[in-house]
Design a protein around this ligand. Sequence first.
Ligand SMILES: [Zn+2]
Length: 159
Amino acid sequence: MMRSMGTTLHVKDAFLEVWADTLGSSGVIAAAIVICFTSWTWIDPGVAIAIGLWLLPRIWILLRDTTHILLQPVRAGIELDEVRAAINAVAAVVSTHDLHTWSMSENDISFTANVALVSGANANALRKAIGAMLAKDFEIEHVTIHCEAASCGQEALHP
Ligand SMILES: [Zn+2]
């Protein structure tokens, strides 16, 4: 777990959970032993407060990263108009609409779009070409392209 720390938020979350549980149970045992020998009863809430203080900044970082992802669905640096222009520049593409990008983790960008093609175009080859271009030029790894041979009527509604 230590090694994969910093990769995804759910690993960070699981890591914190395991640490909190480990510290909590070993803290209780340690405090009980100390109280047995010394009668220092303040040690019990003391340990609880210390664990809480240790967790607090880590929870704050996790919350900050999660909020960042939720509030910023499009990673800074990705301009949808630039992506649209790049897709429209691919041969046999007529137009692109209903573009969406979002990220599930810091480095994982997903993208969907409807792409209208000239009639008779090879949709599979074009999906591949667009996917490769988006990965190379925009570092977008998860691409879902809906190819349209005729207008779907949603262009004005979802530009
Ligand atoms: Zn459409």
